[in-house]
Design a protein around this ligand. Sequence first.
Ligand code: NAD
Ligand code: GLY
Length: 376
Amino acid sequence: MSAAPAPAPALEVALGARSYPIYIGDGLLGATGLLDATLGAADVLVVSNDRVAPLYLEPVRTLLGARRVEALVLPDGEAHKTLERFAQVIDALVAGGFHRDACVVALGGGVIGDLAGFAAACYQRGIACVQIPTTLLAQVDSSVGGKTAVNHPRGKNLVGAFHQPAAVVADIATLDTLPERELAAGLAEVIKYGLIMDAAFLSWLEANIGALRARDHAALAHAVRRSCELKAEIVAADEREHGRRALLNLGHTFGHAIEALAGYGHWLHGEAVGAGMVLAAQTSKRMGWLDTAAVERVRALVAAAGLPVAPPALARDAMLDAMALDKKVVAGRLRLVLLRAPGNAFVTAEVPAAVLAATLDDALAYPVAAPPLARR
Ligand code: NAD
Ligand code: GLY
């Protein structure tokens, strides 16, 4: 009996000669032959961590078929997205005798994707990388678009490169084992796409947020697919973030300040972005760009996703200082992504400091408790 034909890609990121497919489906990790069109017979180094590898390394070996497959399993966590672990990946590539036609497969969440992707970008001036994202955040955001990086002790993602993957394989079934907090954190990025550019998708999210939190596979597959379509559209238009790609930072300037001040790891990135999107909506209202009903829509959806809707108890001026350190400051002016309507975001440097301060004062009058520390 001949093997079943490999599923077709759900979509493609259109970047000329560097275009690549995104496969989205249920049980894709067992689909031998799926990567034959993009990967040839390459030797493969799978980079994963000690949480994800025990769950999914064997199915990925099936996906990779008869190729030579070696695996490097690193410790789990953002604390390992470092130059030291990057060097360990390079060492494994050298020790394994991998050549320029080899491929790095990143199996895990955004931490592994960013680290392994950066190693692929640098090894022998760039080899192929396949992203196999296993968190919702990685499936809808970090695995697509080619941003790779490691952290420096002085700041997140300070050392990195643009390196588009050769393919992305998002297996929805892997989300079954994801802790609930991580699922909610990924939903923040999904909501972000609706808010910045797709009002119909936003309405769909409002109607289906319960199904998404209950991990209904069809609902998750739709959310991942629509998010990837929207991100692919933006990346195809503005790969290096000279313009429109900045919209993907909705809620992130507020969120980065919350993450940094609460202490990295205390608030997950997506949790901080959830509160940050509500703050962006409230700032938009104060500027006269958004009405009360629209702000309440944003707040209600973020809450329904299981995310915080306000910052923790922080000093307002510390928040303002942390926001001023954000990468989005150009020529001394803070550039914020704000909303004209749900589904219509834009970048502005026009928000006066007094408006920001008043918005933060209001929000900080009713801070939320820090989310629980336990991630597992
Ligand atoms: P993560 O990679 O730390 O994963 C979260 C946790 O879930 C980890 O403990 C991980 O081991 C575990 N995990 C992963 N898949 C699992 C599964 N299927 N079942 C059970 N546990 C699983 O975090 P993340 O939220 O995926 O990614 C955050 C990182 O992504 C940050 O470093 C951030 O800077 C980066 N990021 C990059 C981009 C980009 O464009 N490159 C975009 C957004 C975020
Ligand atoms: N996560 C933001 C971007 O990829 O540009």
